[in-house]
Design a protein around this ligand. Structure first.
Ligand code: PRT
Ligand code: ZN
Length: 221
């Protein structure tokens, strides 16, 4: 009989990757990676690690291809709002790294009079769900224009009038003649889990893992 293992999805490379591995390390877990760079095994606990694109993590976790995952809350929440899954992944812990903001940004020359300034405008974004939710709450009618990348160039190319994009230092917006005008979502890395209940063996591993994660988080406070 094969031993039950908990499967965690983390980003392979990018802004979450290093600190996701660091979190596991701080939990006392080391990942052994063979020649296969998409898959690793934790030595100290029955845990497997899948190294993937961050965009795939909410779906993998929601569908049960992985049991848990580390992803930006912006990506997890956008996936939830897209409503493509019967039961989306559940948020279990905020992890305190990869902090950023999803922000509306407008050309610097605009006179900004609050969200009403966006009425009738086109807004380029990779986060149409979060953008729509913000606009609805502000009672503004504007059209999100989906772009997977290079959102900040959209106004210059007349693809859109404004943008709703992830901001960390603000340098990217500034370099493209844009300035942040409103915060749509505050984000950090989060731990998500499959919403279905785990069998007893997996549940035991999950609880032992969470105890370690909570220990790491508590020591950071
Ligand atoms: O390859 P893969 O699909 O896995 O990665 P990715 O390129 O889609 O994502 P990645 O690694 O760039 O970001 C992963 C997560 O990190 C995001 O979902 C956020 O939760 C978080 N994060 C933190 C950021 C940033 N900071 C960030 N600055 N994600 C993106 N940016 C981008 C932003 O889109 C913009 O282009 O950086 C630019 C702005 O940075 P500043 O410093 O100029 O403001
Ligand atoms: Zn991505």
């Amino acid at each position: 009989m094969s031993e039950e293992r908990l499967r965690i999805a983390i980003q392979k490379s990018g802004r979450l990757a290093e600190e996701s591995v660091e979190l596991l390390k701080n939990c006392g877990l080391t990942i052994s990676r063979g020649r296969d760079t998409l898959y690793g095994r934790v030595q100290e606990m029955p845990i497997d690690v899948l190294l993937v694109r961050d965009d795939d993590i909410p779906a993998f976790v929601a569908d049960g291809a992985c049991d848990i995952g580390v992803v930006g809350e912006n990506v997890a929440e956008e996936d939830r709002l897209a409503g493509a899954r019967e039961t989306p992944a559940e948020l279990v812990a905020r992890l305190g790294f990869s902090r950023c903001r999803l922000m509306l940004a407008a050309p610097k020359e605009w006179a900004w009079n609050g969200p009403a300034s966006l009425e009738g405008k086109r807004i380029a974004t990779s986060y149409p769900g979060l953008t729509r939710r913000f606009l609805a709450a502000a009672k503004v009618k504007a059209t999100p224009v989906m772009m997977k990348g290079s959102v900040e160039v959209a106004p210059r190319l007349k693809i859109a009038d404004a943008v709703c994009d992830i901001v960390s230092t603000g340098a990217t917006l500034d370099a493209n003649g844009l300035r942040p005008v409103a915060t749509v979502f505050e984000s950090e890395a989060v731990l998500i889990r499959n919403p279905a209940s785990f069998g007893p063996a997996k549940q035991t591993i999950f609880e032992a893992f969470m105890k370690r994660v909570e220990g790491v988080m508590a020591s950071r406070e």
